[in-house]
Design a protein around this ligand. Structure first.
Ligand code: IPD
Length: 275
């Protein structure tokens, strides 16, 4: 229980709904899709994004009528986002929509439950590749039922980084993003763009990469990953070195605080409008 909330019940309800949602993604990824644009030409949405979000929110709302929701597609439809102390589900129905549209198999559903603004449950599931990441506060992080841990990497010179351009083509942001690529590539072991913020964080949690940095993501992209990375022994901070704020649209996670702080000293900052 947390703040009078039965977290075990919340967990079992969301797991049931996730099974149906995963089926929608598995069925949709290799089928023809109706694709629409949101904020710009490369910010996409499909009918599957909308169906999955509707399924999850209506199913959770039916069981927990007092809970609040922050969902990617509800926000695109004009719903105002506000993170309060109330139990709040933060949902990205398809993280990696561009990947989904191209049948590139790195797509996932990302779901977090926050109570008093503290993450209690995090789920990132890629039903195409069969990767189910989960964490409950204080109980560690799991991949397909087995405990996972971040890597032991502490030096940037030994680190594999994930970094994303994101879905904005704002010239000011592009300048910062590309400058950071120029700076980081010669300093690190390598750099990757998976096309899903949540899966980038899951890779850090399982020790497959050592850090992920992005400006311009939204709460639904990173809320579950925040808990999963920390429960796997990693750190999640603001890219300027301060405390992580899930609504700030800025994220740096890493296998260690030493690595995170080293990256902070090298990168240029970008401050998008808050969620
Ligand atoms: C996007 C992905 C992408 C990241 C963007 C996100 P969406 O989420 O996570 O990797 O670079 O910033 O918006 O639109 O596929 O849910």
């Amino acid at each position: 229980m947390s703040g009078g909330i039965d977290l075990d019940l919340c967990y079992s309800v969301v797991l049931e709904l996730v099974k149906t949602a995963e089926e929608l993604i598995r069925n949709g990824i290799n089928s023809a899709k109706e694709v629409q644009h949101k904020s710009c030409e490369v910010d996409l949405v499909t009918e599957t994004d909308q169906q999955v979000e509707k399924l999850l929110i209506s199913g959770l709302r039916a069981k927990f009528p007092d809970h609040k929701f922050i969902g990617e597609e509800s926000t695109a439809d004009g719903q105002k986002n506000e993170l309060t102390d109330a139990p709040t589900w933060i949902i990205d129905p398809v993280d990696g929509t561009m990947n989904f549209v191209h049948s590139f198999p790195h797509v996932c559903i990302s779901i977090a439950l926050l109570v008093n603004k503290v993450p209690e449950i995090g789920i990132i599931t890629n039903p195409v590749l069969g990767q189910f990441f989960e964490a409950r506060k204080g109980q560690g992080a799991l991949l397909n039922g087995k405990k996972i841990q971040v890597s032991a990497v502490k030096d940037l010179s030994k680190a594999l980084l994930s970094y994303e351009v994101g879905t904005s083509r704002d010239p000011e942001k592009m300048k910062v993003v590309l400058k950071n690529v120029n700076t980081l590539v010669p300093l690190a072991h390598g750099i990757r763009c998976l096309g899903s913020a949540a899966l980038n964080m899951a890779m850090v949690a399982m020790g497959a990469s050592d850090s992920y940095i992005e400006f311009g993501i939204h709460a639904w992209d990173i809320a579950a990953g925040d808990l999963i990375v920390r429960e796997a022994g990693g750190v999640v901070i603001d890219p300027a070195g301060g405390e992580f704020d899930v609504m700030s649209r800025r994220c740096l996670c890493a296998s260690s605080i030493e690595l995170a702080k080293e990256i902070v000293t090298h990168i240029e900052q970008y401050y998008p409008g808050r969620d």
